[in-house]
Design a protein around this ligand. Structure first.
Ligand code: SAM
Length: 255
């Protein structure tokens, strides 16, 4: 078993079989689905995925783990191992029908990996990711609070937290709790009239001082504040997606 864990690659391996099973059970893929696993590590989740599907691609950055995975699995055209940084991977290589993406993601690159997939044109059926709970709550905040990340990703997908995984399920044991999230593509809030890059810039300004009233960042965006359907006394976290789309819309009309 692999023990030479590299902290800089976020290597906390999920060892608890209960949670490995639970991750598999919460997904709706079947034997005909195309699966992609990001950061397979030494192949704990991979074993389950490989057993339950005919087509699996693994993307791993660490050459020591590539060596272990090559020995552990019989690689062929249905079980492909790619030695590459996922952030540098050309996603056209993984464009497939009926695609399900899995990963116990490295904590230091989780949000970049998720945004790379969400912002791409890859058509996935579902992503199931294990990430730090704190980050999961930024993607899918509780109590109807908004965050910059939740508003940004709301345009691209639906993200829900399924369950938590205690730190004792991992080796080495991290300091924090993790959560399993499910992502499904949902572009109901975005159409051709929406400039996503401009939307991101507006969010950046609005959430730069989360404790101040929304009037404060709006003064930086508009030379004259237009009338809005929401109260300008609200804080950025109290605004919902339609409020931010209204800001974008009125910003577009200003210039
Ligand atoms: N899936 C394994 C498990 O659950 O036991 C390992 C999960 S570990 C948290 C993260 C894995 O992602 C490690 O195998 C690490 O080497 C790999 N990794 C880290 N950064 C990566 C990147 N940019 N691209 C691909 N793999 C990466």
């Amino acid at each position: 078993m692999f023990t030479n864990f590299k902290k800089n690659l976020g290597q906390n391996f999920l060892r608890d079989k209960y949670y490995l099973n639970k991750i598999i059970d919460c997904s709706s893929f079947n034997i005909h689905s195309n699966l992609l696993e990001i950061g397979p590590g030494d192949g704990a989740l991979t074993e389950y995925l490989n057993y339950k599907s005919k087509s699996l691609t693994l993307v791993e950055i660490d050459k020591d783990l590539i060596r272990i995975l090559s020995k552990k699995f019989e690689l062929n055209k249905n079980l492909i191992l790619k030695h590459i940084d996922f952030l540098k991977l050309n996603l056209s290589e993984v464009k497939k029908d009926n695609l399900f993406i899995f990963g116990n993601l490295p904590y230091n690159a989780s949000s970049q990996i998720i945004l790379k997939i969400l912002e791409s044109d890859v058509v996935y059926s579902e992503c199931i990711f294990l990430i730090q709970k704190e980050l999961a709550l930024r993607f899918a905040p509780e109590y109807r609070k908004s965050t910059k990340l939740s508003m940004q990703t709301k345009l691209l997908a639906n993200i829900e937290i399924l369950f938590d995984v205690p730190n004792t399920a991992f080796e080495p044991v991290p300091e924090v709790t993790s959560s399993v999230i499910k992502i499904t593509k949902d572009r109901k809030y975005i159409d051709n009239s929406i400039d996503y890059l401009k939307f991101k810039k507006i969010l950046q300004v609005c959430f730069s001082h989360p404790r101040k009233k929304i009037l404060f960042p709006l003064k930086k965006i508009f030379s004259t504040i237009p009338s809005f359907s929401f109260s300008l006394d609200k804080r950025p976290e109290e605004l919902i997606i339609n409020d931010y789309l209204e800001i974008l819309n009125k910003y577009g009309k200003q210039i």
